[in-house]
Design a protein around this ligand. Structure first.
Ligand SMILES: [Mg+2]
Ligand SMILES: [Zn+2]
Length: 202
């Protein structure tokens, strides 16, 4: 692994964590068949911008539909193959994908589990931090739900809230009750990435 391009002045690596549904692809409810999956048209450009600026691009997603019995992990893999294939055709590469298949109270073991990886708990972020030796204080989380902002808070990341997916509605109708504010509000993933890359250039 070369790694040099993602090592900043502190020597540790930085990443942008990207939520899946509503952030890099359409929020359509449970994606229980790959034919329902729709990657946003700006997704490849956004991920490519991270690739070329030397940021790791890591997908982080809750897929409790597995615990609920709506689909299995093979389907999750199929959807992620569709995503990475489409990104590849756009010249973009995700460095890793982490997902939580659990639910604390629904379904059967091993998926019915009060796990540490269901967002907004930081288990997936901690796993990625160990795998990639990340400096979490230099990392960002981009998501369309307040839970993603909470996750960022819980893991010590900065947070960008996007208005795609549930974003616009949550901002308009629920944000007065938010305990924490995102560091950045952006129209979509591409705009968020541009701001993140620009703000970290200085
Ligand atoms: Mg989402
Ligand atoms: Zn989990």
């Amino acid at each position: 692994m070369s790694g040099a391009e993602v090592v900043g002045m502190s020597g540790a690596r930085r990443a942008v964590f990207i939520d899946r549904d509503g952030t890099i692809s359409e929020e359509v409810g449970y994606v229980n068949h790959v034919s329902r999956y729709r990657v946003f048209p700006f997704a490849a450009e956004a991920v490519r911008a991270l690739n070329s600026a030397g940021w790791l691009a890591i997908l982080i997603t809750n897929q409790a539909g597995v615990a609920r019995g709506y689909f299995n992990e093979a389907l999750v893999g199929e959807v992620h193959k569709a995503l990475t294939g489409e990104l590849e055709r756009g010249g973009a590469r995700l460095d890793a994908i982490y997902y939580c298949p659990h639910h604390p109270s629904v379904g059967e073991p091993p998926y019915r589990l009060d796990c540490d990886c269901r967002k907004p708990r930081p288990g997936l972020i901690h796993r990625a931090a160990a795998d990639f030796r990340l400096d979490l204080a230099r990392c960002w989380m981009v998501g369309d739900r307040y839970g993603d902002t909470e996750l960022a808070r819980n893991a010590g990341l900065r947070s960008a809230f996007v208005l795609t997916g549930y974003g616009r509605g949550e901002l308009e109708h629920q944000s007065r009750a938010w305990r924490h504010r995102p560091d950045l509000v952006a129209e979509n993933l591409l705009e968020a990435v541009r701001e993140i890359v620009k703000s970290s250039d200085e």
